[in-house]
Design a protein around this ligand. Structure first.
Ligand SMILES: *Cc1c(COP(=O)(O)O)cnc(C)c1O
Length: 231
């Protein structure tokens, strides 16, 4: 199957899940998780109509960007972000999906101020409370949002989550539903600089479940590009 055929097939499944949950297909965004795929393959995904591209590593982003890999679509940063790399991506990406600490907020705001822009971000939530995973715990989320609302060069546009590896179909629904509840509760609270526009969750194995639970942004890699071969 080509990248184009894969994107078309995924879009069909996304549309069906959207309709099943009473939403409009055009309201659900498909982000291509492009890690380990070169600029030409990323361009193919863009041409096939993905809504955005998501990169995991700053290095890869900086290599593919000058090659025009993402041209015509927004580019997101979706991987773990170190504070010392913030400088390199603020203003270059449209959305940083993986912000999970006060230190990152502070660095992003400072860099965005330097560039005279407002950087859109999502807050990553460690919804499965896994020790080894990034993301703020649900308990610490309100304090982080309070902090975010004090900065004027960043804007929180929603939440992102990577739930635990699921061993069975539907195994992550409990986490997806918990995320949706946070998304709605926070939206009702109306913090300054915080709007709950995007709920980013669901990957190749479970994007339909995520959509049915309320996701409006899914991040799909291997179902678009094929399996990744780690050296
Ligand atoms: C790789 C990746 C994905 C996509 O994973 P697949 O299972 O290949 O669809 C989504 N989100 C993040 C943060 C990723 O790193």
């Amino acid at each position: 199957m080509s990248i184009r055929e894969n994107v078309a097939a995924i879009r069909k499944r996304m549309d069906a899940a959207a309709v099943e949950s009473g939403r409009r297909p055009e309201d659900i965004l498909l982000v291509a998780a492009t890690k380990m795929n070169d600029a030409d393959r990323v361009k193919e995904a863009v041409a096939a109509g993905v809504d955005a591209c998501g990169e995991n590593r700053v290095q890869e982003l900086l290599e593919k960007h000058p090659k025009g890999a993402y041209e015509g679509r927004p580019v997101h940063f979706i991987g773990h972000l170190q504070t010392n790399k913030v400088k390199q991506i603020v203003g270059l990406v449209d959305l940083i999906q993986s912000v999970d600490s006060e230190a990152l907020l502070q660095k992003i705001d400072a860099q965005a101020e330097k560039r005279g822009i407002v950087q859109d971000i999502l807050i990553e939530v460690n919804i499965g409370d896994e020790a080894a995973k990034s993301g703020v715990s649900p308990e610490d989320l309100p304090a982080l949002l309070e902090k975010a609302s004090t900065y004027s060069h960043l804007r929180v546009r929603g939440l992102m989550a990577i739930p635990p590896i699921s061993l069975e179909p539907g195994g992550n629904n409990v986490y997806f539903c918990a995320m949706y509840k946070l998304f709605i509760d926070i939206g009702a609270k109306k913090y300054d600089n915080v709007s709950m526009d995007f709920l980013s969750m669901g990957m190749s194995d479970d994007f339909e479940d995520a959509i049915r639970c309320g996701a409006n942004m899914v991040r799909v890699g291997s179902s678009i590009f094929g399996a990744r071969h780690y050296a």
